[in-house]
Write a protein that binds this ligand. Structure first.
Ligand code: IVH
Length: 752
């Protein structure tokens, strides 16, 4: 056996297998030591050239003796040793995102919406804060008794990653707070300055290491390092701008709360201002936009927040964004490039979406090679009412097009330069058949989108449905993301959601088949089966959303789950309502035919009579079920027709039944507040409310666990009737439904 001290002198060609093994072991130790010195201690102990030489020798030996490559080979590591990933942290108060505004009108509407919601007149004072929107990643810091005990990334808003050790290395983040509430979660943005970003990339280049595309990626990559010593070596900063769980209020206003955070030792943004209305917000926006280039860090817009925290509390949240704040984004960055081709993607609901294939171009620091072209009308230069867009200019393959990115959204094609159009460019012929399954692609009246009619036989639809099924807001199965499910589909292991739950039975024997697959080891295969089993018990609203039915998003799924409580009750109503949904479709078709006939005959169309004739044939049970369904606030005819007809389709229904058989669908237990006097009760609001708006009343009732319905039926428990209540109050009286006025309601919920 050669001595390990001497193998380093042997030329690679001259190494025998034993020597190579010894040399690979030596190199792995030496490189780990060099990595630690560089990343953890910020004290490189060898030169970059020496490091590169070790790296090259390691790679060359691995190339000559591939079967001797070590499991912990330095060639597989970036910076430091791999760990098992971050543990998960459930946020006590969800970390939300912001809705976006792009122009002055959006800001006026933001103010209008808030006034309407709060029932404030146009001249009542309503102040906002305005502050830069930092382009980094959000972080929640939990302090208990003044000590930093946990730092977590946003993750999906409900559960983030535990990055406490990493956060402790950031000098802007205090480890100890003096005079803070006993529990305090401070939220803000981790970011990297321009100067630090350039220096980091230069350092990376010297070591032939990965380059970061922009400061935000660099900040994210640096914070999410499994080895905290790497994070320490990266110059991260932190601005505090919000809070989560707190045991005592930080102030009465946003401004006071931010001042308090500053007193506690956090960096807050000096460009924060108090504004008395939309015009002042826009003025401040202009000021920040001007300062943007000289700030030294990236911002992508300005955030406006209602200043009064009591009002913030009343305004509350939509499903993922607060009503009391908005992000006013900077205009998108633009670039011109050549359109090389148009690809058609087929989505979950069969929509054929045209995607521009572009000559790669840098837009706002990111290389863009694809952009959306929306739909066939957009390519033709028409909007969905047939009006002109881009002055009616169509887009052709070979054209020079203008591309833009707004925030994180997918790049879009905005304009076309006709002076550069090649002579042989042809108008784009939108496909009339699905490129994936060749079924007819049909565009229905009133739909901007052409859709594949292949349903589940279309591989693209089936695959997109599966990806939706495993997405975060749906089944969210650990270890089974879009990539894995796509692979399973391609290999024929999983055709529909139910197949995921029979994977273990079909392929799990001894786990051999899954284990033998690339990328799946013993542990990961076992973990996957366990993760799948963990999701058999699923909340009704998640289950409903996961089905991927058109128009049934998270909010509608939540509304339906709250109203019906469990799957048997819901499916019974949907089945009963079947004939009504079909009659809606028939009535739509008859209406189109009647309009055409009337136009031809030069008479007025008889729309109501046409619809009524069809409606009259629907049986009363179907009508009652339909009324109950569409009586739910937020569920209109469009959602109801889509939901009911999807479940009537034989193949779709059979697929759902197979899935249901694998699951334990949990009844909805939304009332976080089961001890409230209205939990589980169905409430209808009618007439004018004087102390709050209808939207606020609804949001409050739901927060207390009530179901809010739009119409009175035998299922209604309570009618809240303000002045001017009409037919609903009469119907409630007929049915013997308890009725309260607004004050009675406020007293009942303890808000008077
Ligand atoms: S407030 C409940 N203020 O923007 C809302 N967010 O697009 C709490 N962000 O997730 C967010 N600068 O990561 C707020 N001054 C600022 C911000 C800011 C950047 C980020 C934050 C948020 C995202 C939403």
């Amino acid at each position: 056996m050669p001595d390990s001290n001497t193998t380093s002198d042997i030329a690679i060609d001259a190494l025998n297998a034993d020597q190579a093994r010894t040399e690979l072991a030596r190199l792995s130790v030496d490189m780990a030591r060099a990595n630690a010195a560089y990343h953890r201690d910020d004290q490189p102990d060898i030169s970059d050239a020496e490091y590169d030489a070790l790296k090259a020798r390691n790679l060359a030996i691995e190339a000559r003796f591939p079967n001797l490559k070590r499991a912990d080979s330095p060639s597989e590591q970036v910076g430091a040793a791999p760990a098992d990933g971050f543990s998960k942290v459930a946020h006590v108060v969800r970390m939300l995102s912001l809705s976006n505004a792009f122009d002055d009108v959006d800001i006026q509407e933001f103010d209008d919406r808030i006034r309407r919601y709060l029932g404030l007149s146009n001249d009542a004072p309503l102040a906002y804060t305005s502050e830069p929107k930092i382009d980094g990643l959000s972080l929640s810091l939990r302090y208990e008794a003044g000590q930093l005990v946990q730092a977590a990334t946003r993750g999906d808003g409900a559960v983030g990653e535990n990055v406490t050790a990493n956060a402790r290395t950031i000098s802007d983040i205090p480890q100890i707070l003096i005079g803070a509430p006993d529990v305090l979660e401070v939220r803000g943005e981790v970011y990297m300055s321009h100067v630090d970003f350039e220096a980091l990339n230069a350092r990376q280049a010297e070591r032939s290491d990965k380059q970061f595309a922009n400061p935000r990626n660099a900040a994210a990559g640096s914070l999410r390092q499994l080895d905290a010593s790497v994070t320490k070596s990266r110059p991260l900063r932190f601005f505090a701008y919000a809070w989560g769980d707190v045991s005592a209020p930080l102030g009465d206003t946003q401004v006071q709360a931010i001042e308090r955070l500053e007193e506690l030792g956090f960096q807050t943004n000096t460009l924060t201002a108090l504004c008395d209305g939309p015009q002042a917000l826009l003025d401040h926006y202009a000021k920040i936009e001007q300062a943007r280039a000289t700030l030294g860090y990236d911002i992508d817009g300005v955030v406006y927040k209602v200043n009064d925290l009591a009002l913030q509390q009343r305004l509350g949240f939509r499903s993922t964004t607060p009503r009391w704040a908005i992000a006013h984004k900077f205009p998108a960055e633009l670039a011109w490039t050549r359109l090389e081709g148009i690809d058609i993607q087929v989505g979950r609901t069969g929509a054929l979406s045209p995607v521009a294939r572009l000559l790669p171009v840098t837009v706002g620091g990111v290389v863009v090679s694809n952009a959306t072209l929306h739909n066939e009308d957009y390519i033709k230069g028409r909007d969905n009412t047939g009006g002109e867009i881009r002055g009616g200019k169509d887009i052709r393959v070979g054209d020079w097009v203008q591309v833009y990115r707004a925030g994180d959204v997918i790049p879009k094609v905005a304009d076309v330069d006709l002076t550069k159009r090649p002579d042989d460019a042809e108008p784009y012929a939108f496909p009339q058949t699905c490129p994936e399954c060749h079924s007819a692609a049909i565009r229905e009246d009133g739909d901007a989108v052409r859709r594949c009619s292949g349903g589940l036989i279309c591989p693209a639809q089936a695959m997109e449905k599966l990806k939706h099924f495993v997405s975060r807001a749906a089944f969210d199965i650990e270890g089974l993301g879009a990539k894995q499910v796509e692979q399973f589909y391609r290999d024929g292991w999983v055709h529909e959601p139910a197949d995921i739950f029979t994977l273990r039975a079909r392929y799990g024997t001894g786990l051999q088949q899954l284990k033998n697959r690339e990328g799946w080891g013993d542990k990961s295969a076992d973990n996957l089966f366990q993760a799948i089993d963990d999701k058999r018990a699923i909340e009704l609203k998640r289950f409903l959303f996961s089905l991927g039915i058109r128009h049934v998003g998270e909010v509608a799924a939540g509304d339906l789950a709250r109203h019906y409580g469990d799957w048997p009750a819901l499916i019974a109503t949907l089945d009963a309502a079947g004939p009504t949904a079909m009659s809606h479709l028939q009535a739509d078709a008859a209406e189109v035919a009647e309009r055409q006939a009337a136009a031809k005959e030069g008479r007025k169309p008889k729309i109501k009579a046409t619809r009524d004739a069809i409606w009259a044939q629907v049986n009363p049970t179907a009508k009652t079920a339909w009324d109950d369904l569409t009586g739910i606030d937020g569920i209109g005819d469009t959602v109801a027709v889509s939901l009911v007809t999807s479940l009537q389709q034989e193949a779709e229904r059979a697929s759902i039944s197979r899935l249901v058989a694998e699951l334990d669908i949990q009844p909805d237990d939304t009332p976080a507040n089961t001890d409230s006097p209205v939990a589980g009760k169905t409430v209808v609001f009618t007439g004018t409310l004087e102390k709050m708006t209808r939207a606020e009343a609804k949001a409050r009732a739901e927060a207390l666990g009530a179901k809010v319905s739009g119409s009175v039926s035998a299922k209604t428990d309570l009618l809240v009737a303000g002045p001017g209540a009409g037919s609903k109050a009469r119907k409630a009286a007929d049915l013997g439904v308890k009725t309260l006025d607004e004050d009675g309601w406020l007293a009942l919920i303890g808000a008077s």
